[in-house]
Design a protein around this ligand. Structure first.
Ligand code: KG4
Ligand code: ZN
Length: 341
């Protein structure tokens, strides 16, 4: 089955062609980062308008790259939520219109299920069951995964998502959006041990997270450095390192706890923050100690992309699921409400 996948939940237009027999045939992405950078974050209306502009040229591009024509496509998959409603509607309308015109089915995909399944596109995919750490700009969740659509939420962030905390901490130090890659880059020049940030909620039982306090801690440290006339370039790097270490260690502690609680030794990390090198290294070390394994997607499939939507959609379409003609999207959508396949 050849599936055309469209992702438009936020500030990236992603398009990909996935074939259930031959794997991923082509994928293309247009990132709106430059468009939103001057505002320090995503402006929803600008995002929707830009998706409209980029979608058809990207579809033509992946069809050309894969030497396919519209007649070869068996179905469409699009992100139906969670995300920005206007942005989601662009992908949903486009997919439904093409599906109607081409006489093929279309399926709406849950964005976080897309992220969760992205490591399945790699050479050595994980096998069920496993624990998944979903860490993106909007979500931080620990999930027990027994199959597609068989999700049990073990814990989640009570306030900021991990990626959001990276973005806000970067912004308060005058760094560019998105902050995750900026913080990771500066942390490499940071001096270890100069600042030590707390590991929120690790001193009590449970698998929930809270990252908003870390951002305040970073702000106070930053203001202090400015007040005493510190070398601000170095202070930025030192704060970036202390912040990143705090997030990574907190996530690692909770992952270890989730693995212990479930009795599993296989961990999947997915979402934008799973591109973070330090997080990957620490989790690999931890899973090494437990004789387990950690799985993640290549960096460009950790952040938003069309390939994960085409893949997840394909699995659901193969199981016989598809939408009717109504164009429906959801800004909020709990992943545990998805049907099992
Ligand atoms: O999954 P994603 O592309 O979009 C959402 O679904 O939210 O995640 C974007 C988030 C942003 O907050 C960004 O700062 C973060 O992922 N991110 C990173 C890294 N690359 C992207 N955070 C830490 N380290 C990175 N290398
Ligand atoms: Zn995402």
């Amino acid at each position: 089955m050849l599936v055309l996948g469209l992702e438009t939940s936020c500030d990236e237009t992603g398009v990909a062609l996935y074939d259930s027999e031959r794997g991923l045939l082509a994928d293309a992405l247009f990132s709106q980062i430059d468009l939103h950078r001057v505002y320090g974050g995503v402006v929803p209306e600008l995002a929707s308008r830009d998706h409209v502009k980029r979608m058809l040229p990207l579809i033509r591009q992946v069809l050309d790259e894969a030497c396919c024509t519209p007649g070869d496509i068996d179905a469409l998959a699009y992100t139906a939520g969670p995300g920005l409603v206007g942005a989601l509607l662009v992908g949903a309308s486009c997919a439904q219109a093409l599906a109607f015109a081409w006489g093929v089915p279309a399926v709406g995909v849950h964005h976080m299920e897309g992220h969760l399944l992205a490591p399945m596109l790699e050479e050595q995919p994980p096998t069920f069951p496993f624990v998944a750490l979903l860490v993106s700009g909007g979500h931080t969740q620990l999930v027990r995964v027994d199959g597609i659509g068989r999700y049990q939420l073990l814990g989640e962030s009570l306030d900021d998502a991990a990626g959001e905390a990276f973005d806000k901490t970067a912004k308060l130090m005058g760094l560019n959006y998105p902050g995750g890659p900026e913080i990771a880059r500066l942390a490499e020049q940071g001096s270890a041990g100069r600042f030590v940030f707390p590991r929120p909620m690790t001193d009590r039982p449970g698998l929930d997270f809270s990252f908003s306090g870390l951002k305040t801690f970073a702000l106070n440290t930053w203001l202090q450095c400015r007040e005493v006339g510190d070398d601000l370039e170095q202070a930025r790097c030192d704060i970036a390192l202390a912040f990143q270490q705090a997030v990574v260690e907190t996530l690692t502690i909770k992952c270890r706890r989730a693995l212990k609680q479930t009795g599993l030794n296989s961990l999947v990390i997915a979402g934008g923050v799973s591109a973070n090198k330090s997080l990957r290294e620490q989790l690999e070390r931890m899973l090494g100690e437990l004789n387990g394994e950690v799985f993640y997607a290549r960096p460009r499939f950790c952040t938003d992309n069309g390939a994960m939507i085409a893949y997840a959609g394909c699995q659901r379409l193969l199981a016989g699921q598809h939408e009717d003609l109504a164009i429906k999207v959801q800004a909020r959508w709990p992943m545990e409400s998805l049907p099992a396949i």
